[in-house]
Design a protein around this ligand. Structure first.
Ligand code: MLT
Length: 393
C-alpha cells in the first residue's frame, strides 16, 4: 500500500501499559503453571454490582423485549433520566450542574482519549507520572506535550509555576497512579492560574467517591470560577463497579468558549458524529447506582476497598516505605525498596511473591523507582498479598 498511516504512533511505546503487564504475567504463568498469582496491577474492581443496579438493568432489558416499551437508539448525550440523576449527584456534593452540560458516555477512558478531537493547536500539560491515556492520546494526535514533574518533593501534586504557560492541563484528583488528592487551596490555585492564563483544565474525577478528607474537593466545580475554565470527566467504573458494564460522563460547562466558539457545542457535535450513546439497560443501571439505595451500596463497596487499602498501607508503614494514596484513593503508590527500578521491582514481586502491581515507569519518567498497588482485590487475596509483602519487602 502507498497510503500514509498516522506517523505519530511511532512515538508511542509498543504496547499500552496494562496490555504489556498482562502480556508479561501470561508469559510468567505459562512457565510457572502452579504459581498462585495475585493481581493488583490494573485497577479492576471485584465487588459485584449492587442488587438495585442489577434489577434496574434486568427490568430495562425486559422492556426492550416488549413491543410497547422497546427503545432503539438512545439520545446521543444520554437519557434525561440519567443526566438528571448525575445532576442530583452533583447537588449532593454541593455543585449545581445543568443537565445540558452533562454528556453520558461509555466511560472516562473514552472521554479522556476522545477529547483531543475538539482541541486545536495547544500546548498540552500533563502531570508526570500520568494516567497513560492522556499521554498516549495526545501523542497519537501529534500534540506538543510538556510534562509537569512530580515526586516526593511535592507529594506527587504538581502545581502551576513560572514555566507553565497557556494551554490544556490534565489534572486527576485523587490521582491515578499516585492516589494523591489536591486540597481545595491547591485546586483554587489551579483555577486562578487557568482563568488568568486563558487555559483549559481537563479534570479527571473518576476516583472522587473515594475521598475521605473534607478538604479535598470531590469536584473541581466546588472551586469558584471553575465553570469558566474546567471540563470534568467522571465515571461509574470505580464508584459503582461498572468497569465491565461501561458508563461515564463528562461535564462541559456552556460558558467555556475560545475565539467565540463554545466548547460544549464542539463536544456535542463530536459525540453526535462519532458516538451512538450508551445502551438503555446500562443507563438505567447507572441511574439506579446514583439512587439513595444504590449509593448506600456503592459506599459499602468503597468501604470494603478502603479496608484493603488500610491493610496494604499497614505493611508499608511497618517496613518504613514511603507511599502516597490509600486514604483518598484505591491506589497506593510506593517507593521501590532499596532504590530498585520499577520494572525490576515488578519482576522481583512477580517471582518472589507471585504478586502483580504496576511499575511506576509505565506512567512516566517521574514514576521510575515507584510502584502502584490497587486495593480493588478481595479481602482474602489482599490478606495473602500483605503476608507475601511482609516476607519479601
Ligand atoms: C488503572 O488501572 O489505571 C485503571 O483501571 C485504568 C482505567 O480506568 O482505564
Amino acid at each position: 500500500m502507498t497510503i500514509q498511516l498516522n506517523e505519530h504512533f511511532a512515538a508511542l511505546s509498543k504496547n499500552y501499559l496494562f496490555s504489556e503487564i498482562a502480556r508479561r504475567v501470561r508469559k510468567y504463568q505459562q512457565s510457572h503453571p502452579d504459581a498462585n498469582i495475585i493481581k493488583m496491577g490494573i485497577g479492576d474492581i471485584t465487588r459485584p454490582l449492587p442488587e438495585c443496579v442489577v434489577s434496574a438493568m434486568k427490568k430495562a432489558a425486559d422492556e426492550l423485549g416488549n413491543a410497547d416499551t422497546f427503545r432503539g437508539y438512545p439520545p446521543e448525550y444520554g437519557y434525561d433520566f440519567l443526566r438528571e440523576a448525575i445532576s442530583i449527584h452533583y447537588s449532593e456534593i454541593g455543585v449545581k450542574i445543568p443537565i445540558d452540560d452533562i454528556f453520558v458516555s461509555d466511560g472516562a477512558k473514552s472521554d479522556c482519549g476522545n477529547f483531543v478531537d475538539v482541541m486545536g493547536d495547544n500546548d498540552i500539560y500533563l502531570p508526570d507520572p500520568v494516567y497513560p491515556v492522556y499521554r498516549d492520546s495526545n501523542i497519537m494526535s501529534g500534540h506538543r506535550i510538556t510534562l509537569l514533574p512530580s515526586g516526593r518533593e511535592n507529594d506527587f501534586l504538581p502545581m502551576p509555576n513560572a514555566k507553565t504557560g497557556t494551554g490544556v492541563y490534565y489534572l486527576c484528583s485523587p490521582g491515578n497512579p499516585t492516589g494523591a488528592a489536591y486540597s481545595a487551596e491547591q485546586l483554587a490555585e489551579w483555577v486562578s492560574f487557568a482563568l488568568e492564563s486563558g487555559s483549559l483544565i481537563l479534570f479527571d474525577a473518576a476516583y472522587e467517591a473515594f475521598i475521605t478528607d473534607n478538604n479535598c474537593p470531590r469536584s473541581i466545580y466546588l472551586i469558584p470560577g471553575a465553570r469558566a475554565c474546567a471540563v470534568e470527566i467522571c465515571s461509574f467504573s470505580k464508584t459503582a463497579g461498572f468497569t465491565g458494564t461501561r458508563c461515564g460522563y463528562t461535564v462541559v460547562p456552556a460558558q467555556i468558549s475560545a475565539n467565540g466558539v463554545c466548547l460544549r457545542d464542539l463536544w456535542a457535535r463530536r459525540q453526535a458524529t462519532k458516538f451512538n450513546g450508551v445502551s438503555y439497560p446500562v443507563q438505567r443501571a447507572a441511574q439506579a447506582a446514583y439512587s439513595p439505595q444504590g449509593m448506600a451500596a456503592c459506599y459499602e463497596n468503597i468501604a470494603y476497598y478502603r479496608k484493603n487499602a488500610a491493610m496494604l498501607a499497614s505493611v508499608l508503614d511497618e517496613k518504613g516505605i514511603y507511599y502516597t494514596g490509600g486514604k483518598n484513593s484505591p491506589y497506593l503508590w510506593l517507593q521501590c525498596p532499596g532504590g530498585m527500578a520499577s520494572w525490576d521491582f515488578f519482576d522481583y514481586l512477580l517471582e518472589k511473591a507471585n504478586l502483580v502491581g504496576t511499575p511506576g515507569e509505565g506512567f512516566g519518567k517521574c514514576g521510575e523507582g515507584f510502584f502502584r498497588l490497587t486495593s480493588f482485590s478481595t479481602h482474602e487475596l489482599t490478606e495473602q498479598a500483605v503476608r507475601r509483602l511482609r516476607e519479601v519487602l
